[in-house]
Design a protein around this ligand. Structure first.
Ligand SMILES: [Ca+2]
Ligand SMILES: [Ca+2]
Length: 347
């Protein structure tokens, strides 16, 4: 599987957070323009100090890795603020990485009563400074492990520890970033950006990715296909779906014809590209199942991603190519700009 999910927080607004995440903490979790890295948007709290966070479902995994850029504006005054928490399907808090009032990262099993498994030194997280924190967690009663990296440096390595809370399953099925409903009374102030989740399978993106950026790119021109039907407004298909924030029913493309494809051109930044993750904001408007997939059109050949189900409400559907599917080699910027990407109706 390798890369499972990445988020720039740059292509949607606060009202659309739960189109991508299983849940968010209350009404205080917001997308904030220009508060992230490189002048882009980030995820933060609307009250400072306050509570904020999101939970993303993942495939059932014993071992997974999460990474995020974080800038604190104030460390938690008391108690500890959750950075990452691994949950099982019953929402048991199995193991978490929490930020302390001294700027350490504390690794703990269960939330209440919590069991501290280990901690980094204090002053690791410095107020007002962007850090990139990555945590690998293996869920197990006896051979669990947790490895923490800060700014590319390993700062904690716990082996053969109990990372599975009593009553919790043997895997994690969700990762929480920041606060969730299971914690309380720990207010702090921070911003998250460039969030990723991967596992340890496959030949790429199967270990710590390092201090990455998640670079949001919107369609800039027509690609190889325009078989869906544009609705609302003027212009070509790609112009209906290039919104910086999805404008939903205002203008869009649609199709109910299995096999119908749309594909758009994108720009690329320079440098290494660890993965390409197409994201579409999708809903269906009639009863019955409707599935789609993302296609990459490369040199006239189509490569089709996993099937994605749609619902009557808008949701962000994403898939991942860890490598260029035409060459099985790492993506290059030229691969991205020469190809075109978009949705295909499967059934
Ligand atoms: Ca961002
Ligand atoms: Ca639109």
């Amino acid at each position: 599987m390798s890369l499972i999910f990445a988020d720039s927080f740059d292509h949607y607004d606060t009202s659309q957070i739960t189109r991508k995440y299983a849940s968010k903490y209350g009404t205080t979790t917001v997308i904030s323009a220009a508060s992230g890295r490189r002048g882009t948007a980030g995820l933060t709290g609307s009250t400072n100090p306050g509570y904020f966070g999101v939970t993303r479902g993942i495939p059932s995994l014993a071992t997974s890795i999460a990474g995020v850029a974080i800038k604190t504006n104030a460390l938690p005054a008391t108690n500890k603020a959750p950075l990452f928490v691994w949950f099982d399907g019953s929402s048991f808090f199995s193991v978490g990485a929490l930020i302390t009032s001294s700027g350490a990262i504390s690794i703990e099993r269960n939330y209440s009563p919590n069991v501290v498994l280990g901690s980094t030194a204090g002053n690791l997280i410095k107020v007002g400074i962007w850090h990139y924190i990555e945590v690998l967690a293996t869920i197990h009663d006896t051979t669990g492990q947790v490895i923490v990296r800060a700014d590319g440096i390993e700062v904690l390595n716990l082996q053969n520890v109990d990372t599975r809370a009593t009553g919790a399953g043997p895997t994690a099925t969700a990762i929480q970033l920041g606060h969730g409903a299971k914690e309380s009374s720990t207010q702090w102030s921070a911003v998250f950006d460039d969030f990723y989740i991967c596992d340890t399978s496959g030949s790429r993106n199967n270990t710590f990715l390092g201090d990455i950026k998640v670079d949001c790119r919107l369609p800039v021109a027509a690609g190889s296909y325009a078989q869906w039907t544009p609705f609302g407004g003027a212009g070509a298909n790609w112009e209906h779906v290039k919104d910086a924030v999805p404008n939903d029913d205002t203008d869009y493309v649609w199709s109910d014809a299995p096999g119908a494809r749309d594909a758009y051109k994108y720009t690329s930044g320079p440098g290494r590209i660890l993965a390409v993750q197409p994201v579409s904001c999708v809903r269906k408007d009639d009863a019955g199942a409707r599935t789609m997939a993302h296609i990459a059109e490369i040199a006239g050949a189509d490569y089709t991603g996993v099937n994605l189900g749609s619902t009557d409400s808008y949701s962000f559907l994403s898939s991942v190519w860890d490598a260029n599917p035409a060459s099985s080699q790492e993506w290059t910027p030229a691969d991205v700009t020469a190809g075109s990407f978009g949705p295909k109706v499967i059934a």
